[in-house]
Structure formats: C-alpha cells, structure tokens
Unconditional design. Structure first.
Length: 128
C-alpha cells in the first residue's frame, strides 16, 4: 500500500522529517531568524517554514543536497556580501549540505529583508 503524504501541522513537524544533522542546521537557521527578526511571525507557507513581518520575510527548507533559503529579494545580491559564493535563483540561495551553513550571511539577509519590509505597506500573511 502506498504511503500518503500529509501536510505538516507545525514547523517542528516539518523539521522532524529530516535526518538529525539536517534538523540541527534547520533549527539553527530558525534560531538565527528569530534572533534577527524577533517581531516576525513564524508559520507554514508553501509547505515550508516561513517568517512574516509586514508580509513574507523569508522561507527555508532542506532538500536532497542543499538547504534552500528564500528571501524573495532581487536587489539583495548587490546589498549583502558573500551571496555570489552560493548557487540559487533570482529569489533563493542554496546552501550545500556538505558545507558549513553561513549563519552570519543568513543573519545579514534577514536584516536586509526586515528593512525592506518595514519600508513597504503591510501585507497579510499567506496561508497554505
């Protein structure tokens, strides 16, 4: 019988689905975001952990070979030093699982996003 995927009810549930070493990295990313943006609200969005502050702030999740971090900001690559060392897309950064996670870089991205969102018009949180 095929196992059916169920949507996670909590962020802890999402993180718990990964092996211990990846869980530790995800928990540390979560802690960095909480410390950097203590006013942000944590919730599940797009089936991954996310933080909201005047709209979407950042998303993150683990995959087979990397942790995806989604700050959704096109101008960040010029404003935050060190991003060009990592692969990604226009709105994402990929941190390889076989390398140390750059928590200070994540902190800088979150600071940048907080400043960006505080300039903008407040937006409602996105629900799954």
């Amino acid at each position: 019988m095929e196992e059916k995927y169920t949507l996670p009810a909590a962020i802890d549930e999402i993180i718990a689905r990964f092996p211990d070493g990846i869980q530790e990295k995800l928990l540390q990313i979560r802690q960095v975001i909480r410390e950097t943006a203590p006013e942000a609200v944590e919730q599940i969005s797009y089936n991954m952990p996310a933080f909201f502050l005047n709209g979407g702030l950042v998303w993150y999740c683990a995959y087979k070979k990397h942790i995806g971090f989604y700050p959704r900001s096109a101008g960040m690559d010029q404003a935050v030093r060190g991003l060009n060392a990592y692969k990604g897309t226009k709105g994402s950064v990929h941190f390889p699982l076989d390398q140390p996670i750059p928590y200070d870089l994540i902190r800088e991205m979150v600071k940048y996003r907080v400043a960006e969102n505080q300039k903008g018009t407040p937006q409602p949180a996105i629900k799954n």
